[in-house]
Design a protein around this ligand. Structure first.
Ligand SMILES: Nc1ncnc2c1ncn2[C@@H]1O[C@H](COP(=O)(O)OP(=O)(O)OP(=O)(O)O)[C@@H](O)[C@H]1O
Ligand SMILES: [Mg+2]
Length: 374
């Protein structure tokens, strides 16, 4: 059933109607301006006009497609049940009496299945210097390319809320430079006052050669409390875990690496495991040992396998496994330890041998295969 009644902002519709080939659209704006809802509506609108559409979800905090902490993508299902929604319930702009609330996230849940993910490793892009920002940019770009390889003709990139400081603005610019969207839709709050962060971002994007469409945020967009955001994260993890199974680990064979290299990247080899490394450096949370000064010079600290680090990864740690089918992407997972030893809950074929695991410092509380905290 066609979705002819979906209203999307006029400027965007006008722009998209003139595009014939492949199209990439990136949606940016502050938290709670309706980015995810608009991203999803745009993808549905384009799908309805005969394009195969994908959404790339860079919103690592309020992920709709994959688990939190990952950039994920998926194609819109052909028979999206969203078609059953009343067309007039999908308004953009002013509120109408009797209008149903549109939840971008619930629409995404009903009509997009996750195809691929890229590890970022936390639910906020900020706070670890450039490491997380790099992963977010790499993830956005890798997912857009993978979606197009899967046949998407239109890719809509949803992003995290724009922070009002320079790091956030730089992140959006770098992401746009990496993704090279045909259009960046910049949502501005309808506060009536000047939105200087949006002005700066819009200007910088244009200076970089990007095409920016400035659109007022929907009056229907509402603020979500930290509690609601936490609940969303728990729900997204448990949604992912429904399709997961437990994969036992052979610690003698698995290569364990920290995703961020801030506490030592070079690791000792098995042969050097009796070395004089201080014991605390192999401690909790999967931290790899820090090589002593001068170790960067080479062997034995350029090794791979680190059973000691693997043994120290805590129950509930978010990890990722290189995706065997999508080069450069990752399979999300949660490291669990029980009386039978360690294993990883992940959506992998049961026979898949796990050889390399990226460990994050993102912890969840996990009980009987379900995530209890986000
Ligand atoms: N056009 C709309 N009509 C009705 N409700 C809307 C609309 N746009 C957004 N909302 C509601 O406002 C809330 C925030 O919207 P959304 O999640 O799309 O914002 P966001 O900018 O992606 O937020 P975040 O920065 O946290 O990712 C949601 O509960 C959503 O249902
Ligand atoms: Mg969002």
């Amino acid at each position: 059933m066609p979705l002819m009644g979906i209203e999307i902002p006029e400027q965007i519709a006008g722009f998209l109607e003139n595009i014939t080939g492949r199209v990439r659209i990136m949606v940016v704006g502050r938290p709670d301006t309706g980015k995810s809802t608009l991203a999803f509506l745009l993808a549905s609108w384009l799908q309805d006009r005969g394009r195969t559409c994908a959404v790339v979800d860079c919103d690592i905090g309020q992920a709709d497609i994959g688990p939190p902490g990952f950039v994920s993508y998926g194609l819109i299902n052909q028979s999206a049940p969203v078609a059953n929604m009343r067309a007039d319930s999908m308004s953009w702009g002013g509120s109408r009496p009797g209008t149903e609330r549109i939840e971008g996230s619930s629409l995404a849940r009903r009509s997009i299945s996750r195809t691929g993910s890229y590890l970022v490793g936390d639910v906020s892009p900020y706070g670890r210097g450039d490491a997380r920002l790099l992963a977010m940019v790499a993830g956005a770009s890798a997912c857009v390319e993978a979606a197009e390889r899967d046949g998407a003709e239109a890719v809509v990139v949803d992003t995290t809320g724009l922070a009002l400081f320079s790091e956030g603005i730089r992140l959006k610019c770098a992401k746009a430079d990496a993704v090279r969207p045909d259009v960046v839709v910049l949502l501005s709050p309808v506060s009536g006052g000047r939105n200087s962060a949006e002005e700066v971002l819009g200007h910088l994007l244009e200076a970089q050669g990007h095409n920016v469409l400035r659109v007022p945020a929907s009056a229907e967009a509402r603020k979500r409390s930290p509690e609601e955001r936490r609940e969303n994260r728990i729900r997204q993890w448990n949604r992912y875990l429904e399709k997961s199974s437990l994969h036992r680990l052979d610690l003698g064979k698995v290569h364990v690496f920290r995703w961020w290299a801030d506490s030592g990247f070079l690791v000792r080899t098995e042969e050097s495991s009796q070395s004089s490394l201080p014991a605390q450096d192999t401690g909790a949370h999967g931290h790899l040992p820090v090589p002593p000064a001068g170790a960067n010079a080479g062997a034995p600290y350029v090794g791979l396998v680190l059973p000691a680090a693997a043994r120290s990864v805590s129950h509930g740690t978010v990890v990722a496994i290189p995706d065997p089918h999508l080069r450069g992407l990752h399979i999300p997972g949660i490291w669990v330890t029980d009386e039978l030893g360690p294993g990883i809950l992940a959506a992998l074929p049961p026979q898949h041998k796990i050889e390399t695991v990226w460990v994050t410092s993102y912890q969840t509380l996990i009980s009987r295969g379900r995530v209890m905290s986000g």
